[in-house]
Design a protein around this ligand. Structure first.
Ligand code: ADP
Ligand code: ADP
Ligand code: ZN
Length: 217
């Protein structure tokens, strides 16, 4: 089962993915997390990606596609995977289709998490992320048990630089122009389930679970 989580920055893709990988025992591929750890390590990939990410722009397709291709070839993806934050352009979606097609596979379901724009800004500017395990929290909506400490691993929480208000606005524009067209792309293939992302985290999770269980049945 290959599932794509599609939705604007702050929709809750990472939050839901964390629950879904456990429930369905899938590998988790989050291009944003992979790119952030490359930036942190100062690797050549990180050096290439850093400037784009800081400005809220997309990292060029060739770079991101390479990462995902490599990741999908890992044995842990054999039983299926959740893609969070990829594809983000129609070019990326085409390449993904071609790569999967070579082994007779394809995307099985696209979960579009739909959230109102004002809510996205509030979610992104209040987001905190664990430095160690990348778990995501929100200062009001989903606070850790102890302030600035990760519930899961005890790591320190930080605010992503691109979650500042000015970069958030740029990222929302980039989403509308470059990523939202994927909704039509996958709808024309009959793969999209729209989920109301303006609800509580647990309600969204049960809606997504219900959609995926229908596929599995
Ligand atoms: P969000 O929480 O906004 O969904 P991510 O953590 O997925 O953000 O991505 C953070 C940044 O990493 C993006 O703004 C972009 O610069 C880069 N990035 C992540 N995934 C991709 C991708 N598939 N294509 C291009 N750039 C990407
Ligand atoms: P994305 O991966 O789509 O960028 P995240 O999962 O990181 O989004 O969520 C963005 C922020 O919103 C985080 O601070 C998270 O704790 C919070 N959040 C996620 N889902 C909800 C929800 N349903 N209601 C309120 N806040 C949420
Ligand atoms: Zn942690």
């Amino acid at each position: 089962m290959l599932i794509v989580l599609l939705g604007p920055p702050g929709a809750g893709k990472g939050t839901q993915a964390e629950r879904l990988v456990k429930e369905f025992q899938l590998a988790y591929i989050a291009t944003g997390d992979i790119l952030r750890s490359a930036v942190k390590s100062g690797s050549p990939l990180g050096q290439q990606a850093k400037g784009y990410m800081e400005q809220g722009q997309l990292v060029p397709d060739e770079i991101v596609v390479g990462i995902v291709q490599e990741r999908l070839a890992h044995p842990d993806c054999a039983g299926g995977a959740i893609l969070d934050g990829f594809p983000r352009t129609v070019v990326q979606a085409h390449v993904l289709d071609n790569v999967l097609g070579e082994s007779g596979k394809g995307v099985n379901r696209v979960i579009h998490i739909d959230v109102d724009e004002e809510e996205l800004v509030a979610r992104l500017t209040g987001r905190r992320v664990c430095r160690e395990c990348a778990a995501t929290y929100h200062i009001k909506n989903n606070p850790p048990r102890v302030r600035n400490v990760c519930d899961r691993c005890g790591g320190e929480l930080y605010q992503r630089e691109d979650d500042s208000i000015s970069t958030v606005q740029e990222r929302l524009e980039v989403y509308k122009k470059q990523t939202a067209p994927l909704i039509d792309y996958y709808s024309s293939k009959g793969l999209v389930t729209v989920i109301n992302g303006n609800q509580e985290i647990e309600k969204i999770f049960s809606d997504i679970k219900a959609a995926l269980e229908k596929d599995r049945a």
